[in-house]
Design a protein around this ligand. Structure first.
Ligand SMILES: *[C@@H]1O[C@H](CO)[C@@H](O)[C@H](O)[C@H]1NC(C)=O
Ligand SMILES: *[C@@H]1O[C@H](CO)[C@@H](O)[C@H](O)[C@H]1NC(C)=O
Ligand SMILES: *[C@@H]1O[C@H](CO)[C@@H](O)[C@H](O)[C@H]1NC(C)=O
Ligand SMILES: *[C@@H]1O[C@H](CO)[C@@H](O)[C@H](O)[C@H]1NC(C)=O
Ligand SMILES: *[C@@H]1O[C@H](CO)[C@@H](O)[C@H](O)[C@H]1NC(C)=O
Ligand SMILES: *[C@@H]1O[C@H](CO)[C@@H](O)[C@H](O)[C@H]1NC(C)=O
Ligand SMILES: *[C@@H]1O[C@H](CO)[C@@H](O)[C@H](O)[C@H]1NC(C)=O
Length: 531
C-alpha cells in the first residue's frame, strides 16, 4: 500500500463518488482471509453471484454476479448491497431472466456483468456478455435495477468481428470509461483435443462518452512473450495506481478450481505491457475483480483482489470468494498473493451509508455463526444426520431453516424438528422424540446453491432456556443432497450425529455400539427463529 499516493486516492474517490465532500466519510474495517469462501445474505442464503464484481455507488457497496441457483447454469444477474462488506442484503435480480425479450438466452448467458455510472445522465449502465456481436448494454436509474436493455449492441474493434467476444470488464477511471475484453478464437488450428480448446487475447479500448459503446479502437494487453499464457488470458479487470494502469486477469478456465493469476501493467493503455504471474494462482480461484477501498482518514487506496473458487465440474453454484489486498513493490510490480490458511488481511475503508439490514438469519435466535468457515458436504446417500442444540432462551420456536443444495434427486429431503431429554436418547433403543414440526422438500423446491429450506414448527413450540432440540435430516438418493458444515468449538452447544442409512441395530463384537455416532467437532449450518 506504500505506493498509494494522494493522486491515486483522488482518482479512486472521483471514480466511485462525487459527493464525498458533502457527506462526512466514516471509517470501518474488515478482515479478509483465505478460508471463509462462502458469503451469505441477511436471510442466511448463500450469495448467488458467480464472477462477482463489487462497486461503490452513491456511498454504498454493491456486489453482483451471475445466478446459478435456478438452472445450474448462468441465469440472470443478482445484486446485493452492504455498508460494511460483511452483511449483504439481497436486492433481487437486475432484470427478469424469464422475460423472452432479454438478450441473455444467447451464448454467454449475460456473463461477467459490469456496471458503470454515468453522472451526466444519472444513469447506471450494465454491460454483459451475450451472443456473438459485441456486448449487450442496459440502463437503470438504480444500481439494483430494473435494467432495460438497449436494442443496439455495444460493438468492439471490427478487427475482431470474426471472433466471439468473451470475458470482459468495464470501468471508469478518472472520468474515462474503459473496456478490457477477450475475443475467443474457436477455429485456431493450434487447439488440442485435450488442451487448450481455444485461444483468446485481451484487448483494451476506451468507451464512448455515454459509456454505452466502445470507441472501436483497441490495443492488445499482451506481454513481449506473446506466448500461450498471453493467448489464454480471460476474466480481466482494470484499475490504476498513480500513473500505472493494471489489468488483472487469469488463464482459461471453465468455472474451474483455479488458474494462473496474471497482472499486466503499463503507463499507457497502448502498452507496452509488463506481465506478472502471481504465484498464488488466485488462491485456487479465478480472479473476478479488483475493488478499490479508500481509507477516509488519509485517502490511501487499498486495491483488493478477489477471486471465485469453485470445485470444478458442474457445481458452479458452489463458487465461493476470497479477497485480499494487493501490495506493490517499488517498481510497480505486485507482491505474490498469500494463500496460506493462517493469513488475515485487515483493511480500513469508507463505511457505506445506511444501517446493516435485518433478515431472517440476522433475526434468528439459535443460529450457527454467520461468519464461520462453511464447507459443502454431500452425503445424504450414506447418512441420516441429527443436528442438536440447546434453546438459547425461553420462548416459542417458529421455524428452523437449513442450507441445502440440490442435484438431480428423485427422493425428497425430509426434515423433522424435535425435542429430546438428553443426547443419550439418540443412542437408546426405542427412544421416541417429541416432534415440533416436519417438512419434506422435492428437488424442485430447492436450488443448485445453498439456499435455505424452512420447517415450520407446528406443535410443542414452547421451549425453556437450555432445552435440548434436534433437527433430523434424511434424503437417501443416488444423487446425495448437499448441506454446509463448519468446525465447532467445544462448548458451543451444537452437536452433529450420523446414522448410516439402513443401520437400525446394535453394532460391534460386544453388541453394544449404537448405529448413531457423533460427527465430532462438526455442525451443519442452520438457524431457528422464535416468535
Ligand atoms: C450516501 O452517501 C453518498 C455520498 O457519500 C450521498 O451522495 C448519498 O446521498 C447518501 N445516500 C443516503 C441515502 O444517505
Ligand atoms: C455502437 O456504435 C456502433 C457504430 O459504431 C453502432 O452501430 C451501435 O448501434 C452502437 N451501439 C450502442 C449501444 O450505442
Ligand atoms: C484526471 O483527469 C484530469 C483531467 O480530466 C487530469 O488533469 C488528471 O491528471 C487526471 N488524474 C490522473 C491521476 O490521471
Ligand atoms: C481445489 O482447491 C482447493 C483449495 O481451495 C484444494 O484443496 C483442492 O484440492 C482443489 N481441488 C482440485 C480438484 O483441484
Ligand atoms: C423469511 O422467513 C419467513 C417466515 O418464516 C418466510 O416466509 C420467508 O420465505 C423467509 N424469507 C427468506 C428469504 O428466506
Ligand atoms: C416437483 O417435483 C415433484 C416430485 O418429483 C413432482 O411431483 C411435482 O409435480 C413437481 N412440481 C413442479 C411444480 O414441477
Ligand atoms: C406435543 O404435542 C402433542 C400434540 O399436540 C401433544 O399431544 C403432546 O402432549 C405434546 N408434548 C409435549 C411434551 O408438550
Amino acid at each position: 500500500m506504500r505506493i498509494s499516493s494522494a493522486i491515486s486516492a483522488l482518482t479512486a474517490l472521483v471514480s466511485v463518488t462525487s459527493a464525498a465532500a458533502t457527506t462526512k466519510a466514516v471509517s470501518a474495517s474488515v478482515t479478509f482471509d483465505n478460508n471463509r469462501r462462502f458469503l451469505f445474505d441477511t436471510d442466511g442464503r448463500q450469495i448467488d453471484a458467480y464472477g462477482s464484481k463489487v462497486n461503490n455507488f452513491n456511498g454504498k457497496y454493491y456486489l453482483y454476479g451471475n445466478s446459478f441457483s435456478e438452472t445450474g447454469v448462468a441465469y440472470g444477474i443478482k445484486s446485493y448491497s452492504s455498508s460494511d462488506l460483511q452483511s449483504w442484503q439481497y436486492e433481487g435480480l437486475l432484470f427478469d431472466p424469464a422475460n423472452k425479450n432479454n438478450p441473455c438466452a444467447g451464448s454467454g448467458g449475460c456473463g461477467r456483468p459490469h456496471i458503470v455510472y454515468n453522472p451526466n445522465k444519472k444513469s447506471y449502465v450494465l454491460w454483459a456478455n451475450a451472443g456473438e456481436v459485441g456486448y449487450v448494454v442496459a440502463t437503470s436509474t438504480s444500481p439494483t435495477g430494473p435494467f432495460v436493455f438497449s436494442a443496439a449492441r455495444a460493438l468492439i474493434d471490427p478487427a475482431f468481428d470474426g471472433l466471439q467476444p468473451a470475458d470482459f470488464t468495464v470501468e471508469v477511471i478518472n472520468g474515462t470509461g474503459y473496456i478490457v475484453f477477450s475475443a475467443l478464437n474457436f477455429r485456431s488450428p493450434n487447439a488440442g483435443n485435450v488442451w487448450p480448446p481455444i485461444f483468446q487475447n485481451l484487448h483494451v479500448s476506451k468507451l464512448t462518452d455515454d459509456f454505452m459503446n466502445t470507441t472501436r479502437v483497441s490495443y492488445p494487453v499482451s506481454s513481449a512473450a506473446g506466448d500461450l499464457i498471453d493467448n489464454e488470458a480471460e476474466s480481466p479487470d482494470i484499475f490504476k495506481v498513480g500513473n500505472t494502469f493494471y489489468v488483472a486477469a487469469s488463464n482459461t478456465c471453465g468455472y474451474c478450481n483455479g488458474s494462473i493469476a496474471l497482472l499486466y501493467r503499463s503507463n499507457s493503455i497502448q502498452g507496452p505491457w509488463t506481465r506478472q504471474i502471481l504465484e498464488g494462482y488466485s488462491c485456487n480461484g479465478q480472479v473476478e475483480g479488483v475493488l478499490p477501498l479508500t481509507n477516509p482518514a488519509n485517502g490511501a487506496v487499498t486495491n483488493v483482489w478477489h477471486s471465485t473458487s469453485v470445485p470444478g465440474g458442474p457445481r458452479t453454484g458452489f463458487g465461493g470468494h476470497i479477497f485480499q489486498p494487493l501490495t506493490f513493490n517499488a517498481d510497480g510490480s505486485a507482491k505474490n498473493l498469500d494463500c496460506s490458511t493462517t493469513a488475515s488481511f485487515p483493511v480500513t475503508f469508507t463505511k457505506g451509508n445506511g444501517t446493516a439490514p435485518a433478515g431472517n438469519a440476522t433475526k434468528a435466535v439459535d443460529t450457527t455463526p454467520a461468519l464461520a468457515v462453511y464447507n459443502p458436504v454431500c452425503d445424504s446417500d450414506s447418512f441420516i444426520l441429527y443436528q442438536t442444540w440447546t434453546a438459547s432462551k425461553a420462548g416459542t420456536i417458529k421455524s428452523v431453516s437449513l442450507n441445502v443444495a440440490r442435484g438431480s434427486q428423485t427422493v425428497p429431503l425430509t426434515l423433522t424438528v424435535f425435542k429430546l431429554n438428553s443426547l443419550n436418547d439418540l443412542f437408546t433403543p426405542g427412544f421416541k422424540w417429541t416432534a415440533l414440526g416436519t417438512a419434506a422438500f422435492n428437488a424442485n423446491q430447492t436450488t443448485y446453491t445453498f439456499d435455505t429450506v424452512t420447517v415450520p414448527v407446528t406443535t410443542n413450540s414452547t421451549v425453556t432456556k437450555g432445552e435440548l432440540l434436534g433437527l433430523s435430516i434424511s434424503g437417501a438418493d443416488y444423487s446425495p443432497w448437499c448441506h454446509l458444515e463448519y468446525s465447532t468449538t467445544q462448548d458451543c452447544g451444537f452437536k452433529l450425529y450420523q446414522q448410516g442409512n439402513g443401520q437400525y441395530s446394535w453394532r460391534g463384537l460386544q453388541g453394544k455400539n449404537p448405529p448413531v455416532y457423533e460427527r465430532q467437532g462438526k455442525s451443519v449450518k442452520f438457524f431457528a427463529t422464535y416468535a
